[in-house]
Design a protein around this ligand. Sequence first.
Ligand SMILES: [Cu+2]
Length: 231
Amino acid sequence: MADIKGTEQEYRTLFGAATGILRGSDTTRSGGASGSFSGAAIALPQAAGPDWKDDPETAIKISRAIRSGPSILTRDATVAELGSGGAMRVLRKGTNEWICMPGNENVVGDPPMCADKAGMQWMMDAVSGKPAPTNAVPGLCYMLCGATQHSNDTVFDKTSPAIPIGPHWMLLWPFDAKHCGLPTTVRDAGAWIMFAGTPYAYLHICGTPWIGNEYEPGDEARWTMQYVKAG
Ligand SMILES: [Cu+2]
């Protein structure tokens, strides 16, 4: 048992370091309640595998990857990264269909993310430059640590200055912005259609589904209001 305790201690030290890195890079949290994310939803799982002790770099990558999605999914997810040449390198084997990727904080458009099978297909289609995504059903992808990317309207833009984007989740399906009546511009709360009018158009939803308070019968309803700028 002493060994297990030692591992947990190191894991916690590592967890602290990784959390610090993530907090330091997460400038969106102070931007308002609806743009922030729920710590409870993306808390790290309690169990640590042997990799965490033996390889600090892998541990940081796993920590970064699984914090981008809800823990109910990420605790059983496979963690993998895209190697050079486009092949996936598994960092931690999982038991569900979700794949979490750590990304690279030094590369624009390479955020940590967790995607289901159809979402992963959409992502790989985008990475490999396919003219249109090939997922046959809507894909899901969480980016609850926020992201950066080069463009809101051109999926293959690799040169424009970085756009900082807050924590969000994505419904990867060709939504028509006009039909939906949804905005198409980058915002820090609410939702919009990203890459509108292209085959890669999808529904980008700011924040986390777990924001706010859960309803229980008997709860009092309190309505709120906000001031907005004229014009
Ligand atoms: Cu995203």
